[in-house]
Ligand binder design. Structure first.
Ligand SMILES: [Zn+2]
Length: 656
């Protein structure tokens, strides 16, 4: 591992806490050391009390903070004397420990301190760093991890057998530490868990961290070389199989799930192994991965067998807890299949990405231990159950709050880079939906800055391009639950007698024909939606109330409306709802420039302001208003509505 300490950068962070913040970011931003909320750090220094007294304190990482982006406010100050007094107790339950730690905070606005606080308090050094480095867990997840650690590090580290994190682990360290420590001790290896290093400064603790991991890496490179990348090229997967599998997994989870496919060389080589099922199902590298990936992946596609296995694991271990446990959903978070590669599953795009990142680091460790170190050995099911069902681990997940209403759902939006389509995409993203956006606009790929967005520059009349974009969306997110049709043009403002046939055809090609072929493409995916497909279509006030001079546009929207009504009839049996909105006078789109608005207003003898509100309610109508109604129609609230046409026009005498 490369030493990333930069003296110049470090100097920008003042004092021991600043150095600890910098050192935390350095280990936190290396995924070979720390992944997604894993690891923790601390520094011991005085806390300046309001009375002027200096209280010897431990500043330890608070929960909810990621080391890679931590700030001084992410560290919780606690009085050392109180922490060491708690360590004198013979036993302390987790809830009691967390209550005492919470109450001991010197700043009540600081976050809840790490569950490893007491261990950090015990270690007799100013600065402490803890990671779950890949190289260290490779050495310790084998039959005799302690012997291997000794072989690599000699007696320069203290070795602690696996104990569940928390009070019991701290007590075990208190017991074993004095037997092993000496003046050249530079670190502590927790078997099946990770590495601690320490020093007078964070700089020293970090350098020791890097030195020990580098030693382990060098040893592994000569004794357990990584498998060369497979030359298998990533296969394509049948998107309908993916969507069907996502539906089964979502049903097992009791909620729609995002499912992302990965098929790079590392994955391709791993899923091709003949011993895949046996090797992949032994357990995670370090216990806190269990809440992100479950105890083991699903190998193959038999969701029923996986959920039955999970139920059995729960039954067999539930009595380990002292309280009544509610089973966590039995759906897999990682799927390994020789034909599909790796599928990462989560309630959100972020959760699926975390599971994928963790498993991507898991694969090489499993392979090196299995192929060169006598076999990969993980913790047994009971130990992992204790962590999976530990309140303090589950609390990490609930810190994010309840999932948003569209969490786990996937939408396809056409015309998504501008105007009403963009507003619809924004609204869906805002409600937690992943969105595959199609638009002819050159910046479509970057229209939104979030991993829940997959934008494709596509001409909706190009059926092959639309098909490719939808399929890319299924690879990325697992399926399609929502479709919003917003792509459309308003051209050919001319009396019928003067209408250009070419323009007539173009308007119909974009406004109707493209929707027909989009529907053909989307139908099998909407059928496989775990929540029932939902389609929202942007029609026009011109359908119920056409005007002179807009024959091409009005007739195309009327044909679109009829297409949607028939889709509502035909697809109801598939659980798919199709609804339309008919907006009018939406002026905050690219179509309407200040100049055009002024010209139109003048034609009616109105001010621009009056012209914009030319409706019964005198309301100004925005694309966000339209998007809110479309998203509502696609929500569970309208679960019993299909074939509806809703005006969004401020009230129009010819429509009412
Ligand atoms: Zn840890």
């Amino acid at each position: 591992v490369h030493n990333e300490w930069n003296e110049r950068e470090a100097a920008r962070f003042a004092g021991p806490l600043g150095e600890c913040v910098y050192g935390s970011r350095v280990i936190g931003s290396n995924p070979d050391l720390v992944l997604h909320g894993g690891g923790n750090t601390s520094v011991k220094m005085a806390f300046a009390d309001i009375t002027g007294e200096d209280i010897p304190a431990l500043y330890v990482k608070g929960s909810g903070w990621d080391l890679a982006s931590i700030e001084p406010a992410g560290f919780t100050p606690l009085p050392i004397t109180r922490l060491r007094a708690l360590l004198e107790l013979d036993a302390l339950s987790d809830p009691d420990m967390m209550r005492e730690l919470s109450a001991a905070r010197l700043d009540p606005t600081a976050p809840q301190p790490s569950v490893e606080t007491l261990l950090h308090a015990y270690l007799p050094y100013t600065a402490v760093q803890h990671s779950h480095a890949d190289a260290i867990v490779t050495l310790t997840n084998v039959a005799d991890g302690a012997a291997l650690v000794r072989q690599v590090f000699g007696d320069s580290v203290v070795v602690i057998p696996y104990v569940m994190p928390g009070f019991d682990l701290a007590k075990r360290v208190v017991e074993l530490w004095p037997q092993q420590v000496h003046e050249d001790t530079v670190g502590m290896v927790l078997l099946n868990h990770g590495l601690f290093t320490f020093g007078d400064t964070t700089r020293q603790a970090y350098h020791r961290h890097v030195d020990l991991i580098s030693m382990a890496e060098e040893w592994l490179d000569s004794n357990a070389p990584p498998r060369p990348d497979a030359d298998t090229s990533p296969e394509t997967a049948d998107p309908l199989i993916l969507a069907g599998l996502r539906r089964e997994i979502s049903e097992a989870a009791g909620a729609p799930m995002i499912m992302t496919r990965h098929s790079d060389a590392t994955v391709a080589g791993f899923v091709a192994r003949p011993d895949l099922a046996g090797l992949a199902c032994r357990g995670p590298l370090t216990p806190d991965h269990v809440i992100r990936t479950k105890r083991h992946p699903m190998v193959g596609r038999d969701v029923a067998a996986y959920t039955a296995g999970y139920a059995r694991y729960f039954e067999e271990n539930a009595d380990r807890a002292r309280t009544d446990l509610r089973p966590i959903d039995p759906a897999p978070r990682v799927v390994l299949d020789p034909g599909l590669g790796m599928l990462a599953v989560g309630r959100t795009v972020k959760a699926a990405a975390v599971a994928a990142d963790i498993y991507r680091h898991t694969i090489p460790v499993l392979e090196r231990a299995e192929d060169h170190l006598g076999g990969y050995v993980a913790l047994d099911a009971g130990d992992l159950f204790d962590v999976e069902y530990w309140d303090l681990e589950q609390a990490k997940l609930s810190l994010a709050g309840p999932p948003p209403p569209f969490a786990g759902m996937v939408g396809v939006v056409t015309g998504a880079a501008s105007g009403i389509g963009r507003a619809c995409a924004a609204e869906l993203l805002d409600r937690g939906c992943a969105v595959v956006g199609l638009d002819i606009h050159p910046d479509t790929a970057d229209a939104f800055d979030t991993t829940a967005w997959l934008g494709a520059r596509v001409d909706v009349t190009d059926a092959a391009a639309v098909r490719a974009a939808v399929r890319a969306g299924v690879e990325r997110f697992g399926g399609v639950d929502v479709a919003v049709v917003a792509a459309g043009i308003f051209e050919g403002s001319a009396p019928i007698a003067e209408l250009d046939a070419e323009i007539w055809r173009k308007v119909h090609a974009i406004n109707v024909d493209s929707v027909m072929s989009l529907f053909v493409e989307l139908h099998p995916f909407l059928c496989r939606s775990p929540v029932g497909g939902r389609v929202g279509v942007i029609g026009s006030k011109n359908v119920p109330a056409p005007g002179k001079g807009a024959a091409a546009y009005s007739s195309s929207k009327a044909a679109l409306t009829q297409l949607c009504r028939i889709a509502a009839l035909e697809w109801a049996a598939d659980g798919i709802r199709v609804n339309l909105v008919h907006p009018d006078g939406v002026f905050d789109t690219g179509l309407w420039t200040e100049g055009l608005l002024a010209e139109r207003a003048a034609r009616y003898g109105l001010t621009v302001e009056e012209y914009k509100r030319r409706n019964l309610l005198g309301a100004e109508i925005t694309s966000a208003d339209v998007a809110a109604v479309v998203a509502d129609l696609c929500s569970d609230r309208y679960r019993a509505t299909t074939g509806a046409q809703i005006p969004i026009d401020g009230g129009n005498e010819r429509v009412v």
